[in-house]
Ligand binder design. Sequence first.
Ligand SMILES: *[C@@H]1O[C@H](CO)[C@@H](O)[C@H](O)[C@H]1NC(C)=O
Ligand SMILES: *[C@@H]1O[C@H](CO)[C@@H](O)[C@H](O)[C@H]1NC(C)=O
Ligand SMILES: *[C@@H]1O[C@H](CO)[C@@H](O)[C@H](O)[C@H]1NC(C)=O
Length: 413
Amino acid sequence: MVLSLTMGEHVSRWRRLMIVFLALMIGLSCAKEFPKDVRKHLKRLNKPAVKSIKSKDGDVIDCVHISQQPAFDHPYLKNHTIQLRPTFYPLGLFVESKVASSPSEKSNSISQLWHLNGRCPENTIPIRRTMEDDILRASSVKRYGRKKHRNISQPRSVGPDQNGHEHAIAYVKGDKYYGANTTMNVWQPKVQQRNEFSVSQIWIMAGSFGVDLNSIEAGWQVLPELYGDSNTRLFTYWTSDAYQSTGCYNLLCSGFVQISSEIAMGATIFPLSGYLGPQYDINILVWKDPEEGNWWMLFGNKYLLGYWPSFLFSYLADSASIIEWGGEIVNLESGGQHTTTEMGSGHFPEEGYGKSSYFNNIQIVDGSNTLRAPKGIDTFTDHSNCYVVKTGDNGDWGNYFYYGGPGRNPECP
Ligand SMILES: *[C@@H]1O[C@H](CO)[C@@H](O)[C@H](O)[C@H]1NC(C)=O
Ligand SMILES: *[C@@H]1O[C@H](CO)[C@@H](O)[C@H](O)[C@H]1NC(C)=O
Ligand SMILES: *[C@@H]1O[C@H](CO)[C@@H](O)[C@H](O)[C@H]1NC(C)=O
C-alpha cells in the first residue's frame, strides 16, 4: 500500500516534470527563430556605415562604402571589379551627359523622403537599415526579403492564379528583348491586411513560370510585411529560379551591385500623386549592356542605380523573352469576399489623367540596342471587374495604359 502510494506520487511528479519539459520544448520550437540567428542575419545585412541618416518615416539610411556593399558577399563577386558605368547605353532619345549631372539639376524632381534629412557622401551607397522587427515579421530568417515561393503557373493568359495574386498588366512576348523603359505615376494604394500588398512594376523575364523563371523587377510597392508600414517604396527584385532559393528584394541578399550614392532601394518615395492633385511619376529604364552582359538600371532618367551581373542568371544571361508592365495585388480575404486592397490609384482607367494610374512611353530594347515602341502589346487581367487595364497610343505619351481599381466593389463583391 505505502509502497504503491509513494510510487504513484513519484510517477505523478515525474509526469509533471515531463509535462513541463514538453511544454518548454513545444514553446521553443514554436518560437519563430532564436534571436541569435536574427542578430547574425542583421550583422550580415547591415554593413558598417560611414554616416547614418534618420528619415521622417522611421527608416535609418546607412551610407556604406561602395566596396563593402552586400553584393561582395557573393562568392562570384569576391574578385569583381565594380563597373562604374555601362559600356553602352541603349540608343534612343537619350544623351549620356544627362546621367550624373550636377545635384542642383536634381533638386525638384521626385525623389525619396530621407533626402529631406541628408545625403550620402561620394563613394558610399545608401542602404535602408534592416531592424530586428523587419526580420521577425518574415516567416523565417531565410525567407526575409524574398517573395513567397509559389507556382506562378503562367497565369498571364490562362485562368486565375490559385494563390490570390491578381494582375492588370500589359505585356509583350515572343521576341528577344534586351531591356525596357517606361514612366509610371506613383500612388499610395490602400492595402487591407498587413500580409497583402499592392505593387506597380516592370518584369523582365525568361524561362518557365514556376520552374526556372529568371526575372528582373523594379517599380514601387506598398508591402507592410517587408517594411512594417504602408508607405510607397521604390524596389527591385531578382530571381533565377522562379523565386525558390535565389534572389531577393533590393539589397537584402548579395547579387545587385549598386553604384548610386543618391537612391536607396526600399526607401519611401516622395512626393506622391493625389486624386485630382499634382501627378508625380518615376522613370525606370533597365537594359542589358551588350559588351559586359550586365543588366543596368537607370532611375528617374538620371540616377544610374547599378546592375545585376550577368552570371546571376541563366536565360537572362542571353536575353529576355517576355516583358510585363503593370500592377499586382494579393487577395487574402476569406469567406468569399474580395479584398478592398487597391491597385494603382484605386480608381479605374476610365477616370483618366489625374485620377487613374498610368504607365506611359512604354519601350523595349531590341537586338540592336535600340529603344523602340514594342510591337503587339497584349493585356491581361485576372479579374477585370476588380482591376482593369486599358491601353492607348498617342504622340506625347507613346504607348501607354491606365490600370488598376478599387478591389471590392458592386461588380467585384
Ligand atoms: C580570387 O582571386 C584569388 C587570388 O587571385 C584566387 O585565389 C581566387 O580563386 C579568386 N576567386 C574567384 C572566385 O575567382
Ligand atoms: C525612356 O522614356 C522616357 C519617357 O518615359 C524618356 O524621357 C527617356 O528619354 C527614355 N529613355 C531613353 C534612353 O530613351
Ligand atoms: C509549376 O507549374 C508548372 C506548370 O503548370 C509545372 O510544370 C511545375 O511542375 C510546377 N512546379 C511546382 C514546383 O509545383
